[in-house]
Design a protein around this ligand. Structure first.
Ligand code: 2AM
Length: 179
């Protein structure tokens, strides 16, 4: 099964992020219901390892926290944007949770990309050449006023690739400790 671990966002936030979509040629926007904050992308994992993984993830002890949104940005940089995202204000408890999740995944023998955790919420993926509408989008949404979100759990998701795109299904939720 193809898996990833993420934090869900409330519908109010997802609706807001859906509303700021712009017409950018060649862009593929993440469907509203799929918008999430990825903690780790695992790729294909076998059933036995999934059993072990869910047991280990359930043992994670980490406090809940608030997410505060910053503005829109892009990866890898403004000269060749491939991914448009919304950033988050620094939150040590989020980084600690991501580290614990990643250590747990690795300890279960599942390899992870070595890229450091860079908290973001992907909005759209872009094609080259860079359309000029991207600059306008980043300018318009460089700052964003969204209510903060209380995070009380993280989720192990299955991602099924279909000809219509990925279908995400929550497999198990893991509760964070009270703040
Ligand atoms: P991101 O958009 O937050 O970067 C589920 O597929 C999620 O896993 C994606 O939304 C993406 O998170 C992340 N991911 C990281 N590496 C990936 C990869 N190689 N293929 C698909 N998804 C990946």
């Amino acid at each position: 099964m193809r898996l990833f671990i993420a934090i869900e966002l409330p519908d109010t936030i997802k609706r807001h992020l859906e509303k700021i979509r712009a017409h950018i040629p060649g862009s593929r926007w993440v469907p509203m219901e799929q918008i999430h904050l990825t903690l780790a992308f695992l790729g294909e994992v076998d059933e036995v390892t999934i059993e072990r993984l869910t047991g280990s993830l359930a043992a994670i002890q980490s406090p809940g926290f608030s997410l505060r949104f910053s503005g829109a940005g892009c990866f890898p940089d403004r000269s060749r944007p491939r991914v448009l995202w919304v950033g988050l204000e620094p939150e040590p408890r989020l980084n600690r949770l991501a580290s614990l999740v990643r250590e747990t995944v690795l300890a279960c023998g599942i390899p992870l990309e070595e890229r450091p955790f860079s908290p973001h919420i992907t909005l759209a993926r872009l094609k080259l050449p860079v359309p000029r509408e991207v600059e306008a989008f980043l300018g318009d949404h460089g700052k964003m006023c969204l209510p903060s979100v209380d995070v009380r759990r993280f989720i192990l998701f299955k991602s099924l690739l279909t000809s219509q795109g990925a279908v995400h299904t929550p497999l198990k939720a893991f509760t964070l400790s009270p703040t």
